[in-house]
Design a protein around this ligand. Structure first.
Ligand code: 8YV
Length: 308
C-alpha cells in the first residue's frame, strides 16, 4: 500500500507511456495498491477490456471513470451515474482505424486473402489453384449499428460501389441508405453483415442463430464491435454446418480465448482485437485520456463524457 494517496489510480493494464504519464503527472498507481476507503482518489483510468465495477465501492470520493477505448461495456455505467460518477471514453480518434480494419476483414474473408497466403506458404500452389472467391465491389453490405464507426465503414465500402443498408434501434435522420427494422431482415438482404453496434446488455447476441440463418450459406459476417453482440456458439455451429460462407472476427466472447473449432477453418479470419491498434491512433487515444483527466481535475467535467 502506498502512503501518499493519489488522486488518480489505474485499473487493468494500460499502454506503457500512458501509465508513465499518469504516474509522472498525478503520481497514479494501480488501484490495488491503494487502501480501500481512501478519500483522495477521484479518478480511475481503465480500458474497455477491464472496466470498473467493484472498484466503485473501494473509493468513496470517486468522481470520474476515464476509459481508454470507445467501448465501456465492462463498466457498470448505470451504477456510476447513479452515484454521480462521470464516465468518459475515447470516441472519434479511433473511428478511422476501426473502420479500416472492418474493410480489411470484408476484403480478406470474401476474397480469401489470409487463406491464400497460407496456401502459398504451405506449397499448395504447386499442387493446384486457389479456389475462386467472392467479389467485393458492388456487393450488398449490411451495417449493424450505424454510429460513428458503422458510418465510416459504410462510407469506405460505398467507394467499392457496395450497396449499403443498415439496422439501428431507429432510422438515422438524413441517411439515404435503406433501413431495416430487424437484424434478420437486414441479414437476409445482404452478402456481408458488418457488426459495429456498441457492446453491452442491450446488444447481447443480436446476431443469433436466426440472424445467421437469414444471412445464409453465401453470406459473410464481420465483427469489429464486441464478441458479446454475436452468439459465438451459434456462429461456430453455422460455420460448421456451412449455413454461412465465412466470418472475419476482431472480437470474441471471451478474449483472448478463441473457440478451438475456428482455429483450423479456412473460411474465417481471426484477429486479436487489433482494430484501433496503430501507433497514431493509440497515441491519440492516450492523449484524449490525459486531456480528460486534466480537464476533470481542473474543471470538474470531462471532455468526452458518455451519458445515459
Ligand atoms: C481497444 C476497443 O483495443 O475502443 C475500444 O472499444 O475495443 C479498442 O479500441 C481497447 O478498448 C483497449 O483496451
Amino acid at each position: 500500500m502506498t502512503t501518499d494517496a493519489p488522486e488518480v489510480v489505474t485499473l487493468g493494464p494500460l499502454m506503457a507511456d500512458l501509465t508513465r504519464a499518469l504516474a509522472e503527472k498525478y503520481g497514479a498507481v494501480p488501484a490495488e495498491q491503494v487502501a480501500e476507503g481512501t478519500k483522495e482518489v477521484r479518478v480511475v483510468v481503465t480500458t474497455g477490456r477491464t472496466g470498473v465495477r467493484a472498484a466503485m465501492d473501494r473509493f468513496p470520493c470517486l468522481a470520474a471513470i476515464v476509459h481508454f477505448g470507445v467501448g465501456y461495456d465492462t463498466t457498470d455505467a448505470a451504477a456510476a451515474w447513479r452515484r454521480g460518477i462521470a464516465v468518459s471514453n475515447t470516441p472519434d480518434v479511433l473511428t478511422d482505424c476501426v473502420a479500416d480494419t472492418a474493410v480489411g476483414l470484408v476484403l480478406d474473408v470474401m476474397r480469401g486473402l489470409s487463406a491464400a497466403d497460407r496456401f502459398v506458404r504451405s506449397g499448395d500452389w504447386a499442387r493446384g489453384s486457389f479456389p475462386l472467391a467472392r467479389k467485393v465491389t458492388g456487393s450488398k453490405v449490411g451495417i449493424l449499428g450505424l454510429g460513428r464507426i458503422g458510418s465510416a465503414v459504410a462510407r469506405r465500402l460505398a467507394a467499392f460501389d457496395a450497396r449499403i443498408s443498415y439496422h439501428s434501434r431507429t432510422p438515422k435522420p438524413g441517411v439515404a441508405w435503406p433501413y431495416f427494422d430487424s437484424v434478420s431482415g437486414l441479414a437476409s438482404a445482404v452478402d456481408v453483415l458488418v457488426v459495429t453496434a456498441a457492446g453491452g446488455e442491450g446488444s447481447r447476441h443480436l446476431v443469433d442463430a436466426d440472424v445467421l440463418a437469414a444471412l445464409g450459406p453465401v453470406g459473410f459476417l464481420v465483427n469489429v464491435a464486441r464478441g458479446s453482440v454475436v452468439d459465438e456458439d451459434a456462429l461456430v455451429a453455422a460455420l460448421e454446418a456451412d449455413r454461412i460462407a465465412g466470418a472475419g472476427l476482431d472480437v470474441f466472447a471471451d478474449e483472448p480465448h478463441v473457440p478451438r473449432a475456428l482455429l483450423d477453418r479456412e473460411d474465417v479470419v481471426l484477429l486479436p482485437h487489433l482494430a484501433s491498434g496503430t501507433t497514431e491512433t493509440r497515441a491519440d487515444m492516450r492523449d484524449l485520456v490525459l486531456s480528460n483527466v486534466e480537464h476533470f481535475l481542473a474543471e470538474g467535467t470531462l471532455l468526452t463524457p458518455v451519458e445515459d
